[in-house]
Design a protein. Sequence first.
Length: 210
Amino acid sequence: MEKGSQQLLICLGWLIYQIKLIEKCMKECLNSNSILDYDDTSSLYKTVNIEHVKYPPQEKDLVGQVKQAMRLNSKLRFRLRRLHGLVIENANLQHQIHGCHNMSSLEAYLCQHPHLLSHYMIELENEHRKLNLCLFWNQHEDVFWKWMESVLDQTITIEQDENEEQYEPLRQIDCQRLEAEKQKFNAAIDTLDSALVRLEQLWISNVRNS
């Protein structure tokens, strides 16, 4: 593994551990808006919610219950008429629709708006894939951290090897050569000092004679 890749992997491991990156992704997946919360489908429940608020069960009398049942019955009959028209127009889906005896509100809505099916299926596939990745991480997290430990150990070993190569002790023959060069250098300095002394003496002698 190259050194740059190791550093990136170590940074990723730090993020996962320090800021709980995977846990945040899991919460994001679980708290993300479901297809049932979209505006297109929320209207299916809006009227029912209002009615429940307007007529709490503990406060409704028999007449109020009958009125609410009539409103829900009218709403259901209206939607069934729309579904019946859709079934007639789409004969190729008739068998599948009749097979759904307990159709939910969302399924009924999608029967009325088949162009949304592919969109919702793609979103469900994406959510399923994300949740699968979360489960996969949860099952293999220990393997990842063991791998990270091996990467860190490898990085430390490489740095130690580089330091050993950088500060490798001199061999005996190299020490002998350095010692010989040192002696030559000291001899040259002594010769230079002697020459400077002689030049100084000559200069003083010339000054006196002049």
